[in-house]
Structures are given as structure tokens and as C-alpha cells.
Design a protein around this ligand. Structure first.
Ligand SMILES: NC(=O)c1ccc[n+]([C@@H]2O[C@H](COP(=O)([O-])OP(=O)(O)OC[C@H]3O[C@@H](n4cnc5c(N)ncnc54)[C@H](OP(=O)(O)O)[C@@H]3O)[C@@H](O)[C@H]2O)c1
Length: 288
């Protein structure tokens, strides 16, 4: 039986990945900061995995001493570990790059066979954003490590699209730019399948999105229809977005990253190869 370490296992993608690895017959060790978190369903519908997995290790990548032996006896390491919300203590570089680097070092020491890492779709077009740069710096280190690897670069997750439902309920739908740029968001259960498939594939890089392509305005309209509201569509010209970005740089670099990312995806299409079966409409309906 193959053994996998899932890092970031309390998160949206990590929980689905742990479940999918288990479903495919792996022995699953998870790295979490707080084991209590995986005993209950997540706020975005993430599955309970505490009783499903074989081994729960408590650790924090900012405290390397808690990560001793995490990769011992593992064949595969999967990491969706990352800082997706500012904690006002650490930078993206500390967590996304340095944190994953420590896991990679442990993987090399333990003779792990393959490392699957999650970056971001279109990363090469957004390297001015610190968070994206941190992901890709780690991806570069992984490439040079000599370890067999795959970097999966997904579009936006369904969990992130929930903000459109929240805005629809509040009755206001801000649209940055024209709202005409398109993307195909993906459910973590579909993405988890791609990540587990990657273990037995030769591909070093996989771009992945969900089955349906929407413009940002269309996602807002879908959310409003399902929430049963008629929100006010507030068009924010890109130059105002640029002004907000300049302002946010004075406040906090992580907040600036969020604004910068929103601006970037308002200027370019982010349509990745389509995978999966989960529909955003069903996800919204389940979260009304
Ligand atoms: N959201 C999107 O639309 C999107 C799109 C493309 C790519 N991505 C990337 O995909 C990855 C996974 O995203 P996600 O939505 O699943 O994120 P998430 O739900 O926030 O999960 C992140 C995971 O990393 C863990 N983590 C954070 N800091 C840690 C630390 N210091 N030590 C140990 N664990 C730590 C979190 O633990 P806690 O539960 O304890 O916080 C959590 O398990 C991220 O790298 C993200 O940038 C996201």
C-alpha cells in the first residue's frame, strides 16, 4: 500500500485530497496545525477527515522542530499548504515558499518518490504579485530538487466563489473593470482527483479548471439568481482599482496582494483546460 503525506490537510483542497487518496487505497498521513478542525465539516463544505485518515501529525511550518520525521516512510508528498488569508505575522514567502521548502527538505531526507504541489493558474503572468512569486519560487526549487514532481496550477476554487453569494445577499455586486473576463472555477473534489492522478503520470506541470466557463459578471448573476436577490451592480473602473492597490500597499502587503490579484484577473481571461463534473450552480444552491 502506497503512503502519502497530505500537507495543508485542514484546508479546502487538502481535505478533499486526503479523502481522495484514501478512497484510492493509500495510507494517508495528514499534517495539520489543529486536529480539532478536521473533526467537523468545513465552512465551504469540506469533508470531515479525522476518522478517515491513518495518521494525524500536528505541526506548523513556522516551527520546523514540529516537522521532524513528517515524511518518514512516505512514498508521496502532496502539499496544498499555503497562506490564503493574511495573518499579519507572516509573509506569503514565509509560508508558501519557506514552509513548503522545509517539507521538501524532509521529503528528500526520507527518500520520498514524488512531490505534488499546488500553485496558481496563469502564475507566469502575475509574477509581480508576492503570493504568486512565492508559489513559483517554491515550484522552481522543487523542479531543481531532483525529486520526481508535478506542479498543478488551478483556476479559482468554488470556495472562493462563495464571496459572490455573500455579496448577492448583501444586495451589492462590485464588478472590477467590465466584468467580462472569463474563468472556469473548480470544485476541490474534482481538483483532488487530478492531483491523485498526477502521481502516476509523467507530467511535471498541469493546468486545471472546472467544466463551466463564466465571465465574472455571469458568476455574480448566477449567485444573485440562486440567492433570489437583485443586487446593485457597482462597476468599479480599473483606474480606481489601481488607486486602491496603491493605497493598500501602504496598509499591508498581504492586503495589497489580494487587491493586486483581483485586478490581474479583471484584465485577463483565466480559462484552464476543463476537468471535473461539479457545477458552480449546484455548489451555490447548496450554500444558499
Ligand atoms: N482559493 C483559490 O481560489 C486558489 C486558486 C488557485 C490556487 N490556490 C492555492 O491552493 C492552495 C490551497 O488553497 P486552499 O483554498 O485549500 O487553502 P486553505 O483552505 O486556506 O488551506 C491552506 C492550508 O495550509 C495550512 N497552513 C497555513 N499556514 C500553515 C502553517 N504555518 N503551518 C502549517 N499549515 C499551515 C492551513 O492550516 P489551517 O487550517 O490551520 O489554517 C490549511 O490546512 C494554496 O496554496 C492557494 O494559494 C488557491
Amino acid at each position: 500500500m502506497k503512503k502519502v503525506l497530505v500537507a495543508g490537510a485542514s484546508g479546502y483542497l487538502g481535505r478533499h485530497a486526503a479523502k481522495e487518496f484514501k478512497h484510492r487505497g493509500y495510507s494517508v498521513r495528514v499534517l495539520v496545525r489543529n486536529p480539532e478542525k478536521i473533526k467537523v465539516k468545513g465552512e465551504h463544505g469540506e469533508p470531515v477527515i479525522y476518522d478517515l485518515v491513518d495518521d494525524v501529525v500536528t505541526g506548523d511550518v513556522t516551527q520546523p522542530e514540529t516537522l521532524k520525521d513528517i515524511c518518514t516512510d512516505m512514498d508521496i508528498v502532496f502539499s496544498s499548504l499555503g497562506m490564503t488569508r493574511p495573518d499579519f505575522k507572516h509573509s506569503s514567502f514565509d509560508i508558501d515558499c519557506m514552509g513548503n521548502r522545509i517539507i521538501l527538505e524532509r521529503a528528500l531526507e526520507a527518500d520520498v518518490k514524488k512531490f505534488i504541489y499546488i500553485s496558481v493558474f496563469n502564475a507566469e503572468k502575475m509574477l509581480d504579485i508576492e503570493n504568486i512569486r512565492a508559489h513559483e519560487q517554491f515550484a522552481g526549487e522543487l523542479r531543481k530538487s531532483g525529486l520526481d514532481y508535478t506542479v498543478v496550477r488551478p483556476t479559482g476554487y468554488f470556495s472562493d466563489m462563495i464571496q459572490f453569494m455573500n455579496l448577492a445577499r448583501m444586495g451589492i455586486m462590485p464588478i472590477l473593470g467590465e466584468g467580462d473576463k472569463r474563468s472556469n472555477p473548480i470544485h476541490a473534489a474534482d481538483l483532488a482527483k487530478i492531483c491523485v492522478d498526477a502521481v502516476d503520470m509523467d507530467k511535471t506541470d498541469i493546468d486545471a479548471g472546472g467544466p463551466d466557463i463564466f465571465s465574472y459578471r455571469e458568476v455574480g448573476e448566477l449567485a444573485a439568481r440562486i440567492a433570489g436577490t437583485s443586487p446593485f451592480y457597482l462597476n468599479i473602473p480599473l483606474f480606481i482599482g489601481e488607486g486602491l492597490l496603491a493605497l493598500s500597499r501602504f496598509i499591508n502587503p498581504d492586503i495589497a496582494d489580494i487587491v493586486s490579484f483581483a485586478l490581474a484577473v479583471s484584465k485577463i481571461d483565466s480559462v484552464a483546460p476543463t476537468y471535473g463534473t461539479h457545477r458552480l450552480e449546484d455548489y451555490f444552491t447548496a450554500h444558499v
